[in-house]
Design a protein around this ligand. Structure first.
Ligand code: X2W
Length: 286
């Protein structure tokens, strides 16, 4: 690269930082819950980029809380163990043997991979699940689904306490029942319930799609609850997007200020959303 071009690059970097000032100020002290889905985890580079974004957010005054999924990783392990698995309306039918694998994979492999990635970038992440300190107590969601949990009582105090110590909570979507059962909770549902209990400023749902699309397949950058309801009724919002938009509506009802559905595979997706005028994905708020 010529010296002149190199200077131009650095000047652009400085300008980007300068332009981020109002956004840095806006999100100072904000609680941002980030749901990292299994499909958005992809490669080691994607994980490193995600971890870097989270550490940077904390460095500039945000309180990040990571809630993760791991559906593809659970599928892989169930396959290796020869346990068959099926889904009803996007939720895994979870018998006793399956819930044990779910907890091992989510609280073990996936959770610690994210913790390690954040720590490698200079952060101090700590991995917990909905079971820890009674963060997310569940009831059976539907007898047909077995050990799939619906969060019914949230105690977010552990998340506040970790935040005060500058620790970044990384939360696996597994909850305890009142009779000592272990429940498998959909990652989006868990993230929505945790964001709601925290009255988070933002819930970022990182997925493998670019956002909520209209009838022409264009991403809608800004939507209200009512628009979500109308688009769902019209059949435009369908399939796997329904649980995500439902999570968004529930989270808004519970006091989350805004929810963003965005493509977690895009480089620096979180930074693009929070710190640039451009934003990313679909912002849902009333
Ligand atoms: C999910 C939990 C993991 C998850 C499952 O067993 O796959 C239910 O379906 P993603 O990667 O976010 O899809 N739980 C009840 O939600 O993972």
């Amino acid at each position: 690269m010529k010296k002149q071009d190199m200077n131009r690059d650095w000047i652009a970097t400085a300008r980007t930082l300068s332009q981020a000032l109002p956004y840095l100020q806006r999100y100072e002290g904000a609680t941002v819950v980030i749901k990292l889905g299994g499909h958005a985890m992809g490669s080691d580079e994607a994980m490193e980029s995600f971890a870097r974004d989270v550490v940077l957010m904390q460095q500039v005054g945000v309180k990040p809380v990571v809630v993760h999924g791991g559906g593809p990783m659970i599928n892989k392990m169930l396959g290796q163990l020869g346990i068959e698995s099926s889904f009803v309306n996007g939720k895994r039918v979870t018998d006793k043997a399956t819930v044990e694998v779910v907890e091992m994979v989510l609280s073990g492999l996936v959770n610690k991979r994210i913790v390690q990635a954040i720590n490698s970038q200079g952060g101090r992440a700590i991995g917990i699940s909905g079971k820890d300190a009674n963060l997310m107590v569940c009831e059976q969601a539907d007898p047909e689904l077995g050990f799939v949990g619906a969060p019914v009582a949230m105690d977010p105090s552990i998340v506040h306490e970790l935040g005060e110590e500058n620790l970044i909570p990384v939360i696996a979507p597994v909850g305890a029942g009142r009779d000592g059962e272990t429940f498998n909770v959909n990652g989006d549902t868990a993230a929505g319930a945790i964001a709601g209990a925290l009255h988070a400023d933002r819930l970022l749902l990182l997925t493998d799609v670019s956002g909520v699309k209209d009838a022409n397949g264009e991403v809608l950058t800004c939507l209200s609850s009512q628009q979500i309801k109308d688009l769902t009724e019209a059949g435009v919002i369908a399939g796997g997007m329904i649980p995500k938009t439902q999570t968004a509506l529930d989270a808004l009802r519970d006091g989350v200020r805004a929810v963003v559905i965005l493509d977690g595979r895009a480089p620096n997706a979180c930074l693009l959303e929070l710190y640039t005028e451009h934003g990313a994905g679909s912002l849902i708020r009333d």
